[in-house]
Design a protein around this ligand. Structure first.
Ligand code: ADP
Length: 296
């Protein structure tokens, strides 16, 4: 498989913040990769470096074997960035046409607008659009050049369910044609539904990288939480299903693969506990358990 994106030992520092810490990543052509992680994990920084919008403090990025800026100028990359400014006084169709003109083999402008449901906004000024409509325009700008690589930073932020579905349908159509897609999200479900590979980022480091099923088995377990009043918490870690025990003061969290078995054994073995609750592991907690707390 040809390499679409490659980061080699990339670090990025902002004064005393380490946004990315020695990241190695290779994305093959045709892959759909979700960069998943909590806020502040370094997702936007990673995508910005892959796009050449930010220079790394150390290390290097390549896109289709060139520098990211060369790839961008060659029209190989389509971009949707969070909160990227759009020219407010320009009309939608003018903007989409202007961006199409920057690519060697763009889609027809009207077709690109229809595909993401902005055709009816063609003559409206960007500044008059709602947040969700502007996000759809950003997506049209990412697609219109028919790029080999799509880089999307939290593409569905601000979109209603219908627009989300339309967006992912378009992304899928592109991947079916062999295009490469790298998108950032902090929703495990979005990664699950649309990516064939997940790169889990926390505290500027890749803490897991693999097919969605692997990541889900790492982060998809259950938690059993309770208040423990007993003197001796030893033995909790050997209850059936338990993978990890976290104790903060009297608050205990058991990370388990089988919450039913864990609960049965808990009730049979211990009695000094109260307020038992079970819940699915959320991303933040999964990151804590995968990194031993390195997630911000
Ligand atoms: P994410 O996209 O996962 O939310 P970011 O890449 O935006 O994460 O940020 C990673 C870390 O770098 C955060 O701690 C953030 O506060 C910091 N950071 C990002 N951009 C800047 C900047 N321009 N100046 C200083 N710190 C920044």
């Amino acid at each position: 498989m040809r390499t679409a994106v490659e980061l080699k030992a990339v670090s990025k520092h902002y004064s005393d913040t380490v946004a990315l810490d020695d990241v190695d990543l290779r994305v093959g052509e045709g892959e759909t990769v979700a960069v998943l992680g909590p806020n502040g994990a370094g997702k936007t920084t990673l995508l910005s470096i892959a796009l050449g919008l930010l220079g790394p403090s150390s290390g290097a990025a390549r896109v289709f074997g060139r520098t990211p800026v060369e790839a961008l100028h060659a029209g190989e990359v389509g971009v949707l960035l969070q909160d990227s400014g759009l020219l407010e006084d320009v009309r939608v169709e003018e903007l989409v046409a202007a961006v199409a003109g920057m690519y060697p083999h763009p889609h027809p402008v009207k077709a690109a607008m229809r595909a993401v449901d902005v055709a009816e906004l063609a003559t409206r000024r960007i500044g008059r659009l709602s947040g969700g409509q502007q996000q759809r325009v950003r997506f049209a700008l990412a697609l219109v050049g028919d790029p080999k690589l799509l880089v999307l930073d939290e593409p569905t932020v601000g979109l209603d369910i219908e627009s989300r579905r339309a967006l992912w349908q378009e992304v899928r159509a592109r991947t079916a044609e062999g295009r490469t897609v790298v998108f950032a999200t902090h929703y495990l479900a979005e990664a699950d539904d649309y990516a064939d590979r997940v790169v889990l980022l926390a505290g500027g480091k890749i803490v897991a990288d693999g097919p969605v099923s692997t990541i889900k088995s790492l982060v998809g377990g259950m938690e059993v939480r309770f208040v423990f009043d007993g003197a001796d918490a030893s033995g909790l870690e050997t209850l059936p299903g338990v993978r990890q025990v976290r104790i903060e003061g009297r608050a205990v969290t058991l990370h388990t693969d089988d919450s039913d078995a864990t609960l049965r054994a808990l009730f049979a073995t211990f009695d000094d506990f109260r307020n038992v609750r079970t819940m699915s592991t959320d991303l933040e907690n999964a990151v804590v358990s995968l990194t031993g707390g390195a997630g911000r």
